[in-house]
Design a protein around this ligand. Structure first.
Ligand SMILES: [Zn+2]
Length: 375
């Protein structure tokens, strides 16, 4: 059986490009993972998600355990079969969404008791239960169960939370067991405190994982603070393993994080913003709700090869969004995911060619010019 492994093919500064090999296929890095929260990337067929260039999807443990339930997904053949996606899937541990979405949670050393945001039913998540659920789903890359405080938080709170997460990381490792072809990633915590990040990285190295996430960022600290942390955090983690920045981000966040040595990303932004009439483009974010597009026959981006830009006008996108037609979400989500994957391909090519600085300068220059002139 194919073993899970990561190989760096080229570096440029701190940035790396390479590939993660799994039994379900290869993941080219730096990689962007579209978010398939409830066993679907909203408004997209799985084959269309693949057509945008995605090698891997993210599924959410919290959502799937509540509905339809992990045991039910397992009974139906696992998440890949259930949602018709045969390539790799990474699942989060549920920890982050328990903290952000559920009601009346009680956090103890053992785990978290919470009430579903859907129907108020009571549930319990622990490192052991999270590992069990992710196994039932059939996830290829499993994330440790951790706790992540919202920032800003005071140092004692961050310290206490990080140490709890490290004890949970050990319990996650023990519960995961030996599953050839499947990977378990540890999650570094420690907020914006360099010494706590170092302590967390050291603890994770001691346990040994197949990959490492920089967790606890993109939770309200802002880009400058996040980049400040990314100036040192990836370097504290093992070089030879993939590094994943959870929940990030906007295109310029991703570019800056790749420059700082991150290999994997996920974010709801391209899919979620597509449903609110926002397009992510080379020019920056374009708001299709704006009346300036009402009679504009030009494509969203004349240089984009996605079906949205190839076949439809800005005027049409404006109209279908305003009319709340489902095709608005379909077209804009497709374009946004296509743009993200094209950005990742550009980053991979630039790193391989040793021209990342020039690529990044051109990226920022095009955005600074803004959207094309109105007609
Ligand atoms: Zn497009």
């Amino acid at each position: 059986m194919t073993r899970f492994r990561f190989q760096v093919a080229a570096t440029d500064g701190k940035a790396r490009t390479g590939a993660i090999t799994t039994p379900r296929g290869e993941i080219r890095t730096p990689a962007f993972m579209p978010v398939g929260t409830a066993a679907t990337v909203k408004a997209m067929m799985p084959e269309n998600v693949r057509a945008t260039g995605a090698d891997i999807l993210l599924g959410n443990t919290y959502h799937l355990m509540l509905r339809p339930g992990a045991e039910r997904v397992a009974k139906l053949g696992g998440l890949h079969r259930f949602m018709n996606w045969d390539r790799p899937i990474l699942t989060d541990s549920g920890g982050f969404q328990v903290m952000s979405l559920s009601d009346l949670r009680k956090l103890t050393e053992e785990g978290v008791r919470f009430k579903s945001h859907i129907d108020g039913s009571e549930h319990f998540l622990s490192p052991e239960r999270s590992m069990e659920i992710q196994k039932l789903l059939g996830s290829d890359i499993v994330m440790c169960f951790d706790e992540c405080p919202a920032l800003p938080a005071d140092r004692p709170r961050i310290e206490e939370s990080m140490r709890l997460s490290m004890r949970w990381a050990q319990r996650s490792r023990d519960a995961f067991g030996d599953r050839p072809g499947h990977a378990l990633f540890g999650i570094q915590q420690g907020g914006l405190e360099e010494d706590l990040r170092a302590e967390s990285a050291e603890a994770l190295r001691g346990i040994e994982f197949d990959g490492y996430a920089v967790g606890g960022l993109a939770v309200g600290e802002g880009q400058e603070a996040m980049f400040g942390c990314l100036d040192y955090a990836p370097g504290q983690l093992p070089q030879e393993k993939p590094r994943y920045l959870m929940g990030v981000g906007k295109p310029d966040d991703i570019v800056g994080a790749v420059q700082r040595g991150i290999d994997m990303f996920d974010c709801v932004l391209p899919s979620r913003s597509g449903r609110t009439g926002q397009a992510q483009t080379r020019f920056g974010q374009v708001n299709l709700r704006n009346a300036r597009h009402a009679e504009d026959p030009r494509p969203l981006d004349p240089d984009c090869t996605c079906p949205c830009c190839t076949n439809y006008s800005r005027a049409y996108l404006h109209h279908v969004h305003k009319s709340q037609e489902i095709i608005a979400a379909m077209l804009l989500t497709w374009h946004n995911l296509h743009y993200y994957q094209e950005l990742m391909q550009g980053l991979r090519d630039a790193i391989a060619a040793g021209s990342l600085d020039a690529f990044v300068a051109a990226f920022h220059a095009r955005r600074a010019e803004g959207d094309m002139e109105r007609l």
